[in-house]
Design a protein around this ligand. Structure first.
Ligand code: HEM
Ligand code: HEM
Length: 199
């Protein structure tokens, strides 16, 4: 299997970026809901779970930058033949997944009022303490951090975290399984064990 994509198949770099991101999304959900459901406020476990969520989210942000660069410099494997509506839905779905991979970490970072202890290795300052916040938001828009974080948190937690991300990922994974088990085409193979040329 080559490193680069071909028009028939994703290469190993694109596959690695795809599955690593999927795994990190799972970790982002597990850490934040472990915190909500199984820890008490103010305990070390509660803090560790939050910090894992922040670290995982920032890792997704790093991967999406690499992924966009890689995608722009590689051929995109052709979608399996389908109706124009299904092809449009696949393109729109992939675009929406890229959008949430950018917007979820961004809104998470912008709206968080603690530093990120990146996997307890080093600290990344919270947005409020950066010169960007001071220049753009505090002086530019005249907003305090408390005013700024309300809509940002609403997007991160209510719109994306509680609803949109779930729906998009479930729809996307469901479509992949439908292609594999019902249509029996190469959609899932392209992203897993598929080789460069179709059999
Ligand atoms: C793709 C990456 C991310 C995903 C999928 C994600 C998802 C979520 C979800 C599902 C919630 C819980 C929503 C609820 O209240 O039900 C949440 C809360 C939160 N997220 Fe993220 N997030 C991501 C990245 C980030 C990043 C990068 C940061 C900050 C650096 C961050 C900071 C937070 C904070 C502070 C909360 C509130 C925690 C709590 O109430 O316990 N998130 N996020
Ligand atoms: C169990 C979970 C998942 C399964 C089974 C799955 C399966 C697949 C498959 C089979 C493809 C290839 C589709 C094609 O080109 O015809 C694909 C592509 C893609 N997937 Fe997933 N996926 C999963 C999770 C995710 C997650 C969590 C994300 C991001 C939030 C994601 C984002 C994408 C994107 C953007 C593409 C388009 C190809 C690219 O540019 O990388 N997937 N996925």
């Amino acid at each position: 299997m080559g490193l680069r994509n071909s028009i028939h198949n994703y290469g190993s770099i694109a596959k690695w970026l795809h599955w690593a991101t999927a795994f990190l999304f799972l970790c982002a959900y597990c850490s934040v809901y472990y915190r909500h459901w199984f820890t008490e406020k103010g305990t070390p476990e509660n803090w560790t779970a939050l910090q894992l969520h922040l670290s995982v989210g920032i890792s997704i942000a790093i991967l999406i930058i690499l992924r966009i660069i890689w995608r722009l410099n590689n051929p995109q494997p052709q979608l399996e033949p389908a109706s124009p509506a299904a092809t449009f839905a696949a393109h729109a779905g992939h675009f929406a997944l890229y959008a949430i991979m950018v917007i979820a970490p961004l809104t998470g970072y912008l709206g968080t009022s603690v530093n990120t202890e990146f996997f307890f290795l080093f600290e990344i300052p919270q947005f409020e303490h950066t010169s960007l916040f001071q220049n753009l938001i505090a002086q530019g828009l005249g907003l305090s951090f408390e005013e700024f974080e309300i809509p940002i948190d609403f997007i991160h937690k209510q719109i994306l975290g509680k609803w949109l991300i779930w729906m998009l990922i479930l729809g996307h994974a469901g479509a992949a399984l439908y292609h594999h088990f019902v249509k029996k085409d190469r959609t899932l193979l392209k992203m897993t064990t598929g080789q460069d040329q179709p059999k």
